[in-house]
Every structure is written in C-alpha cells, then in structure tokens.
Design a protein around this ligand. Structure first.
Ligand SMILES: *[C@@H]1O[C@H](CO)[C@@H](O)[C@H](O)[C@H]1NC(C)=O
Ligand SMILES: *[C@@H]1O[C@H](CO)[C@@H](O)[C@H](O)[C@H]1NC(C)=O
Ligand SMILES: *[C@@H]1O[C@H](CO)[C@@H](O)[C@H](O)[C@H]1NC(C)=O
Ligand SMILES: *[C@@H]1O[C@H](CO)[C@@H](O)[C@H](O)[C@H]1NC(C)=O
Length: 458
C-alpha cells in the first residue's frame, strides 16, 4: 500500500473546550438529549459535510491508517416508557383544568391543544432521525478515512443488545453502501453486552450507585434547591397551576419533551415556551449532575467499570502493531461498536477527559457555569469516540512508527500527556499504563464483603 498523506479535513473547532455555536434557543442545554448537530453545527446545512478544514492538523510524516476503532452512542431515540407515562400525566393534568383557568393562561392552552402522540410502546426505540444520524456518520467517516473504508467488507460490527443500538448498527452498515461482503451476505452484528453495557455487569456499580438512592444525594438536593425552586415557580405560574402540583421530575419531563420534539421531529414545540434560557441552564445542570454522579467522576467505580472496554481497545491496537511489524495483513482494520451515552461517559472519565477542578454539586451551580463536564457537548445522540492507529514512514525514532489520534464527535482530541492531537502509540500506552495493567474488571466490580451503603465510603 502506498503511503498516503492524511488529508487535513478536521474541523477547526477541534479544541473541545470551546463552546459550540448554539443553534438558537434552548437547544444547547439539552444534555444527553442533544442533537448531534449541536456539536457540529455545519451539519445542519449539509449532513455529509466534513466541516471547515484546518491547516496544522497534518501529521508530521507520511502516515497510513491501519485501524479505526469507533465506539458510538446510538442515534436519536424516542422517549422511554417512564418518560412517556410522566408526560401523559402532566398533559392530562393540563387538560383537566376548568376552561376559565385555561383562558387566563395562553401557555397552558397551547399545551392542552398539543397532541400527545407518544405511545408507551415507543420505549426508547431508534427514531427515523436516529437512522439518518447513523447513515450520515458512516458516510462521513468513510469520506475521512477512504483507505480504511475501502476494505469495509472486513468491518467488525458489535452492539449492545438494546434494540436502538442494533438498529443503529444496521443503519451504520447501510450508510456504507449495499453489498458489503464479497459473498453478498450482510455483515453480522455481534451482540456484546459485557463490552457495551459493562455497567449492568458490574455488581459493585449496580449495588452502590445504580440502586443506591443515597448515591444520588447531590442530584436530589439540587431538585429541592433554590435554582430549581425558581424554575418550578415560573413554570407553575405560566401554567396557572399551584406550585404544589408540580415537582422537579414533571418540569424535567416538560423540558425533555421540548428536546425530543426538536431531535425527533425538527420542530420547536409549545413545551419549549415554558422555559427561558436561564431555566434551561438550570435543567441542563440537573441532567449533568446525574451524569456526573452516575456515569462520570462522582464515584470511581463509574469509570473503573469501563476498563474492560478500554483494555479491549488496546488489545486490538496491540494486535495491529504486531501484525504490521511482521508484515501480515491487518485482520481487523475497522471495528465499530454501538452502545450508549452510559458506555462513552465512563470511558472518557477513565481516560481523564472533561474533568473539572471541583466536583459538580447541588450547591455550586454558579461556580460550575463554565464547567468542562457538559453532557450535551460530550455525548449527544450519535456521539462517537474514534481511535485511529497509523503507521508512519520516514520517522526519526522507531517508536514514532506507530502513532494514534483520537476523535470525539469527529473532532481531534488533545492528549493529556502531550497536549497534542497525535501521540506515539508507545507514549499513549505508557500514560495509561496503570489502567492497562492494574484495572481488572472482575476485581473492581466485586461487591465489598462489608456492608457499605454510606456514600462517603464509595
Ligand atoms: C465480548 O467481547 C469480549 C472482549 O473482546 C470477549 O472476550 C467476549 O467473548 C465477547 N462476548 C461475546 C458474547 O461475544
Ligand atoms: C429543520 O427545520 C429547519 C427550520 O425549520 C429547516 O431549515 C431544516 O431544513 C430542517 N431540517 C431537516 C433535516 O428537515
Ligand atoms: C495546548 O495547546 C494549545 C494549542 O495547541 C495551546 O493553546 C494551549 O496553551 C496548550 N496548553 C498547554 C497546557 O500547554
Ligand atoms: C446493609 O445495611 C443497610 C442499613 O444499614 C441495610 O438496610 C441492608 O439491608 C444491609 N444489606 C445487607 C446486604 O446486609
């Protein structure tokens, strides 16, 4: 294979610390319910565009990509059954109000007229927009890495067992074109929950975080705190409802509906009119707090449980290096795995990305105004973390022969150990040596023998 220079086709805004250009209104505060366009606004115009190109992201020597490994979040999905049920209750409450009260409240009247079209059976399934998210992502990745995707019949595709992930995998495959394999058979999607839903398989995480109410004390405190109280009062007044009839969960469901209607139907629904930008920031913080304590830096076990996936990524990279050194063909040039926000967030925390100096807490909303940990910027729908391993020629030292780049949502990431967007594979492994050698899923996830439920012992 002739060495090809890597086209400098990465977005200029690759510094992930820069806030994305808000596409107007509240949509930059939708947290994990954010559209992918929120982090790549150029896609609104053209979903296949690779974005503004930038000089300076060129690799130092002629390099050929050997392997691309992508960990994806599924595309845009419908609300879950629980959310749909709560929305139904809130909507019914508005419909029950006397006509006189409704007349005094234009917002409430608009909402009463809104058609409740979500059915419980939609339960978190992939929406048609979610299929498009994946097809377009596949086509953009193929355009960025044409040499690798030329061998797309050797794509290894894995997924969580959830319907929306399998459907996303299928849409990704479709995005790459019709007949993938030489024999005309479609590439199979392997279900692997121990890699893509490691959190379900980690007893310590399940017992001490997932099913431990006390672990979410910061989230619950924020729900009762002054910022949320103010939002509740404003929403109650807009709806002409007594504030006692509302709570944080109902208000959150109204805000979620605003985000779902935009992501799924591309409309600004009347639910959005209940919220100002200030309210949206508070509700975004509530969403981020939950992600932080349940999936992020809040508790070590959240990220440690992902070391099984982290190690799997490096095992495959090691294998590629070995094959390359012995001049063998690369057995898996393309590995794409579809999971959840809950798959990506812990993995990024394990690697130390988006870590703020102070923890996110119920009482530091203002101090966290400029936090790095903003879920909507990290794991919107169709979020993707891509590792690319290169073989480079004409290098000065042997270790420069193998280099790695990481892209989050198609933007180059800065490695922590070098503050650069490329690293030798050896340096990267050295930086993460402790996780690679000392993090063992089985031991990390074992429940401690003593009965601990107190949060400060986690
Ligand atoms: C899932 O992936 C892991 C790591 O590659 C592997 O050991 C395991 O056998 C796989 N499980 C299934 C069900 O394929
Ligand atoms: C979404 O709506 C906006 C504004 O109405 C429109 O410009 C855009 O083309 C729509 N996008 C899609 C994918 O339909
Ligand atoms: C990291 O690199 C960026 C640009 O590449 C530069 O602006 C920034 O100051 C650097 N940060 C550190 C800590 O060196
Ligand atoms: C652990 O202790 C808590 C309260 O101290 C108790 O409710 C719970 O049942 C105990 N769990 C086990 C497994 O002993």
């Amino acid at each position: 294979m002739a060495p090809r220079r890597i086209a400098a086709s990465f977005s200029a805004a690759f510094l992930l610390l820069l806030p994305a250009v808000a596409s107007g209104g509240l949509s930059s505060y939708f947290g994990t319910k954010s559209r992918y366009e929120e982090v790549n606004p150029h896609l609104v115009q053209d979903p296949l565009s690779l974005g503004p190109t930038v000089a300076g992201s060129r690799l130092p020597a002629p390099c050929t990509p050997l392997q691309l490994r992508a960990v994806l979040r599924h595309g845009t999905r419908y609300p879950t059954t629980g959310q749909i049920r709560r929305l139904g209750e809130l909507h019914a409450r508005l419909l029950r109000r006397p006509a006189a009260a409704a007349a005094a409240c234009p917002a409430a009247a608009d909402l009463a007229a809104w058609q409740m079209w979500y059915e419980e059976s939609l339960d978190g399934r992939l929406a048609p927009q979610g299929r498009r998210d994946m097809e377009h992502l596949a086509r953009r990745l193929a355009a960025r890495f044409p040499a690798l995707f030329a061998s797309r019949h050797r794509l290894v595709l894995a997924s969580s067992s959830k319907h929306r992930c399998l459907q996303s995998g299928d849409a990704f495959r479709r995005g790459l074109g019709p007949s993938l394999s030489l024999s005309g058979h479609e590439i199979e999607i392997e279900v692997n929950d121990s890699l893509m839903r490691f959190f379900d398989h980690c007893a310590k995480f399940v017992a001490l975080v997932e099913e431990n109410e006390a672990a979410m004390c910061q989230v619950n405190a924020f729900k009762e705190g002054p910022e949320m109280k103010e939002v509740l009062e404003k929403v109650a007044s807009a709806l002409c409802l007594p504030v006692e009839e509302l709570n944080a969960d109902l208000v959150q469901v109204a805000f979620l509906t605003c985000s779902y209607e935009l992501a799924i139907k591309n409309v600004t629904s009347p639910w959005c009119l209940l919220f100002s930008e200030e309210d949206a920031k508070v509700l975004e913080y509530l969403n981020d707090l939950k992600q932080y304590w349940k999936r992020g830096y809040g508790y070590d076990i959240n990220s440690r449980s992902s070391c099984i996936l982290f190690q799997d990524i490096f095992q495959h990279l090691d294998k590629v290096v070995e094959e390359s050194k012995s001049s063998k063909p690369i057995s898996s040039p393309l590995i794409v795995q579809v999971g959840h926000a809950e798959t990506l967030q812990p993995l990024l925390a394990l690697m130390g990305f988006f870590r703020d100096a102070e923890p996110l807490k119920a009482n530091n909303y203002i101090r966290q105004m400029h936090r790095k940990f903003r879920s909507g910027q990290i794991v919107p729908y169709a979020a993707n973390l891509v590792f690319v391993l290169y073989h480079c020629d004409q290098v000065k030292t042997p270790k420069e022969e193998y280099q790695v780049q990481m892209l989050l949502n198609e933007k180059l990431m800065l490695f922590h150990h070098s503050n650069e967007t490329i690293s030798t594979y050896a340096d990267l492994k050295d930086y993460y040596k402790d996780i690679l050698e000392n993090c063992h899923f089985k031991e990390e996830c074992e429940l401690p023998k003593v009965n601990i439920t107190a949060v400060d012992e986690l």
